[in-house]
Design a binder for this molecule. Structure first.
Ligand code: ADP
Ligand code: MG
Length: 251
């Protein structure tokens, strides 16, 4: 893949917290419209890398490119404007509004940005799109429920619908199945799979087994360094990855 083909790319990126190096010289180019998973044991630097991709952190060294454009140092809200969204900020949900209202509010924020909100046709389109987004995430039958009344897995699905309202080109998710029951986990993995294709999805996950079946590309971090990158088959066969995951309880 050439530089221009990557949707997002980090070049020689490092992140220091005081004297501690959480990420060291990580160069990765992420392909558009595929599902890439970032894996690694706890403390590997996954969430730090996620925060760099989403714009929450700026790198201490190195550069970040989005569709070939250098975006190093842009503000978090500028990351959102260029099409990078992250899911699972539970604070994004309004607990006392319904599922449908939560998505409508997110869509409304988009529409007002473009000054279209007064037009009746825009409002109708908005209502339709909110319903469509709820349907996409499997919450069509929960539209009228208050967000706070939804089950944990459903709240997370609603978070995704809210993130999708911004029409992101790149959707980032950090351990989307954390705290979920096996049943909720299965539903969420199926949903994530469905989201890929129309957009790029990057998933951070520490359980390797979870992402092997659904990812097209896998990036492995360990002690802040990139130790492997490739297809799930490449990663399964990689000796370094096997060593790192050996002795881990959950993989
Ligand atoms: N804000 C921070 N300040 C200091 N150290 C941090 C901070 N965030 C993460 N770290 C450290 O960086 C390392 C990587 O953390 P993290 O990216 O959260 O790993 P992972 O998500 O793979 O479990 C850990 O040792 C963690 O303690
Ligand atoms: Mg983490």
């Amino acid at each position: 893949m050439t530089h221009a083909e990557a949707i997002i790319e980090t070049r020689g990126v490092s992140k220091q917290f005081g004297g501690f190096t959480a990420l060291k010289d990580v160069s990765v180019a992420i392909r558009p419209r595929v599902l890439t998973s970032i894996i690694g044991p706890n403390g590997a630097g996954k969430s730090t890398y996620f925060n760099l991709l989403s714009g929450a952190f700026s790198p201490s060294h190195g550069r970040l490119f989005f569709e070939g454009r250098d975006i190093t140092g842009l503000k978090p809200h500028e990351f959102a404007h260029i099409g990078i969204a992250k899911s699972f900020q539970i604070t994004n949900l309004f607990p006392n509004f319904t599922a449908l209202q939560n998505v409508r509010i997110a869509l409304q924020a988009q529409v007002s940005r473009y000054g279209l909100w007064r037009r009746r046709s825009a409002l109708t389109a908005l209502a339709d799109e909110a319903a469509t987004l709820l349907d996409t995430v499997g919450l069509a039958d929960r539209a009228g429920r208050l967000a706070r009344e939804l089950a944990h897995g459903q709240q997370r699905a609603l978070e995704i619908a809210v993130a999708l309202a911004a029409h992101p080109k790149l959707l980032l998710m950090d351990e989307p199945t954390a705290g979920m029951s096996p049943e909720e986990t299965k539903t969420m993995m199926t949903l994530i799979r469905k989201l890929v294709g129309e957009r790029t999805v990057v998933l951070v996950e520490h359980k390797m087994k979870m992402v092997m079946g659904i990812s097209e590309r896998i990036v492995v971090l360990h002690h802040g360094e990139l130790i492997a990158e490739g297809t799930p088959d490449d990663i399964r066969a990689n000796d370094m990855v096997k060593r790192v995951y050996l002795g881990q309880r959950e993989h």
